[in-house]
Design a protein. Sequence first.
Length: 451
Amino acid sequence: MKRAYLHTRPVLNVRIGTHSTQFSRPKSIRAAIERGIRHSGSRSERTTTKLPEASIRQSRFAPRQRSPFERVARAGSRTRAAQASVQEDRGQGKLHTRTQEYTQVRETTDHARRSRPRQSAPDILPYKSAASEFLFGYSVVLAALKAGRRKIYTLYIHERGQSRDGQAVLVARARALQVKIHEVGDDWLPVLDKASKGRPHNGVILETSPLPQPPITELLSPSRDMGQFGIKLDVQSREDLLVNGKQEQYGYTSSGWRYPLILYVDGVLDEGNLGAMARSAYFLGVDALITPTRNSAPWSAIALKASAGAAEALPIFTVNKPADFLSKSARSGWRVYATDALPPELTKPGDSATSAGGDENAVVYTYAQNTKRLLGHSPVATHPTILMMGAEGTGLRSSLLTQANFKVGIKAGRGVDEAGVDSLNVSVAASLLCFDMLKKPMERTPGNALF
């Protein structure tokens, strides 16, 4: 009987709080007993066991609380009934309605998950800040990570490039610097091509802050013993100051014998040529590179790519007033060399001069005011030097030529009339001139002295 009581809920129709026999909503026997005890006027002792206090205080509208034994028993009966219903339906060749609905929903969800397209690439790479720049190419990106002169935001790298040894080194360095790395697939290739403007990017693009280019007004007197030269900074905005910094002393390798050599590039509008000049200058040992704020190619991603990473390590400055900059630097002991076409009397083919090292040399030095040739001339061995180079077609402006102390040119090895080639590419000429200026002169002995 007790087991039957647990599975059936006998009810007694009573009205709570009255002794009327009028029926109201059904109540269980337990609830009726509880309310009978609570509303009874008799205070005599009862022989029956009282119910727990928590059950007596239960709200009349709350569902009846069942014991754990009751809950387990009811759950078991419902499960057995459901299983019997499913077996009966299967015997008739049908599925239970709720089971069929669940199966259909699950199949639809799985199909949607399988057919969901991969996250498509954006039209353009997102910018971390309005001043962000995108560097591309393995050498440029690695140089930027090594130099540490920029703020590094995000590294985009193609998934197929991760297996290469060089790319693995690059990724390892980026992770060491806690740079955000975004691995992309083939669907990102058009985006990477757009960011590199169609130039080779090797599957690597780095978002960074702009390249530091401190504006200066003059070069200060250097110290050969300490291997340092100073600059005087121009006025900067707060934003430029965050990028360029406030450094005013720069070190260089004097090797105990030479003064610094600074390359000033004016009027070179081709970004590839500008980057190639920076590459040659850094490789040969030039100590800094200067460009004007106007009349010059920008240090764009194309120029940086052409520099093969050299622009990230070579100090780069800008000047707003080139002529004023040259005159002020000259007062601090710097000597200015201007590249210019050689006079006719010094352009005879086969008429070679002797360089500072005693070898035959095609680089010719003269004074700025006359065409007298300087034999055995070694600029950086005697004074801090500024080498000015202009555009291939027009050369240096007259306002800059008047600031020069010396002129320098390269003598052709062939006659111009043979094919009409009368000059070198500006980046090639810069390489030859910088190489010659940085050569250490041989000590003069009776065997190699020039008379």
